[in-house]
Design a protein around this ligand. Structure first.
Ligand SMILES: *Cc1c(COP(=O)(O)O)cnc(C)c1O
Length: 389
């Protein structure tokens, strides 16, 4: 991490930007679908190696490429590919390494669309999946079969904030020639670099902290040059999950302030989590960097800080109390997603139309995103909403 800190300012503000046209401080947006060549020979070279040339924006574009160079450097990978959403990053990373008859081990409580991809979509093509409780590395190892090609991780898991021992699982998988992929959206490269732990491919939703303003949808895959080249040639060019130059530019604009924002999200979240933990109407708080967190040692091994997203459990037994609490919040807006400047609330129960369908362990489960507002104001907002139930 120390090295990373040293390079951060360089990566975010200088990397490959020394020769921008006219001395522009902000990189140009190459809003073009095609690139023209001065000669037959140059045209021939580009069309025969689309991965390394700007030929057509479905394959490559200089604005997109600059964003990719920064993202690869941030994660400590050789190459990265920017794609149109986090879900396409996840789909591409998994699909590139499986075929009919293969098997995937995936952590339980992974992002909802990751689950759908493995459980419903890829099974149509003869790819099998086993979901495992990822807090137990032995359970992950035990689920591996001779046909296992990919171990898919997400640390922490969505809504439940459970961690997996990335270094241990990566070492095990490497020995067996199994690809490891992890979703690092929560921690961002500011607080965690899974490649250092031996993970092969890191995926991100760029719609969260990279953009940082809840105004773009983006996805990123980072890994070795060989793996990213393969994904670009197979899934990316074929399925056409193209990022557009404007999105890449907005994402880079977000990256300029990523380190500053993450420090603020971390400090405010620690304060909010510590406040909630002491509140008599709260049963428990699930924030990996909180001293009372169940896997604190592992959290400290994996992360040098935490982001603004965490869950807590209200001591309630009726949906009515959850509804009342959610509606009483003023600064926390009711919405999906996270990673912008604004604070958000997402009660787990909102996914169900009828109270009877809500699983009992999800009834009081509330996920919040602690944004960049003043932490004292956010805590006051939580306090007044809790007082009403
Ligand atoms: C939002 C999210 C995704 C999906 O990203 P999109 O950009 O919405 O497609 C994947 N993983 C995690 C952990 C997320 O929070």
């Amino acid at each position: 991490m120390e090295n990373m800190e040293k390079n951060l300012s360089y990566i975010l503000h200088h990397l490959n930007e020394d020769a921008l046209p006219h001395g522009a401080v902000s990189p140009p947006i190459y809003q073009t679908s095609i690139f023209c060549f001065p000669s037959y020979e140059e045209f021939r070279d580009a069309i025969n190696d689309e991965v390394h040339h700007s030929l057509y924006t479905r394959g490559n574009n200089p604005t997109i490429q600059l964003a990719e160079e920064k993202l690869a450097a941030l994660e400590g990978g050789e190459r990265s590919k920017l794609v149109s959403s986090g879900v396409s990053a996840i789909s591409h990373a998994i699909m590139a390494f499986v075929k009919s008859g293969d098997h995937v081990v995936c952590v339980e409580d992974s992002y909802s669309w990751t689950k759908v991809l493995l459980e419903k979509y890829l099974t149509r093509f003869g790819v099998e999946v086993t979901f495992v409780e990822g807090t137990d590395s032995d359970a992950v190892f035990a689920a591996v079969r001779p046909a296992t090609r990919v171990i898919y991780l997400e640390s922490p898991t969505t809504f439940t904030f459970k961690l997996q021992d990335l270094p241990a699982i990566a070492a095990f998988a490497r020995q067996k020639g199994i690809k490891t992929i992890t979703d690092n959206t929560w921690a961002t490269p500011i607080f965690c670099n899974p490649i250092i732990f031996g993970i092969d491919l890191v995926v991100h939703s760029g719609s969260k902290y990279f953009g940082g303003s809840s105004d773009i949808i983006a996805g990123v895959i980072v890994g070795s040059a060989a793996d990213i080249d393969l994904i670009q040639k197979q899934e990316f060019l074929q399925l056409g999950t193209v990022p557009d130059p404007m999105m890449a530019w907005l994402l880079m604009r977000g990256l300029r302030t990523l380190h500053i924002r993450m420090k603020a999200h971390y400090a405010s979240s620690l304060a909010a989590a510590a406040y909630l933990e002491k509140h008599p109407k709260i049963e428990s708080v699930l924030y990996p960097m909180l001293p009372s967190y169940q896997q604190l040692d592992l959290a400290r091994k994996l992360f040098s800080g935490g982001s603004g997203l965490f869950s807590f459990k209200l001591k309630v037994n009726k949906l009515e109390s959850v509804i009342k609490f959610t509606n009483a919040l003023r600064l926390f807006k009711r919405a999906v997603s996270w990673g912008g400047y604004e604070s958000l609330v997402f009660p787990a129960a909102v996914k169900y139309l009828k109270e009877a369908d809500v699983p009992p362990d999800r009834l009081g489960l509330i996920r919040i995103h602690v944004g960049l507002e003043e932490p004292a104001d956010l805590i006051a907002d939580l306090e007044q909403a809790l007082a009403g139930i």
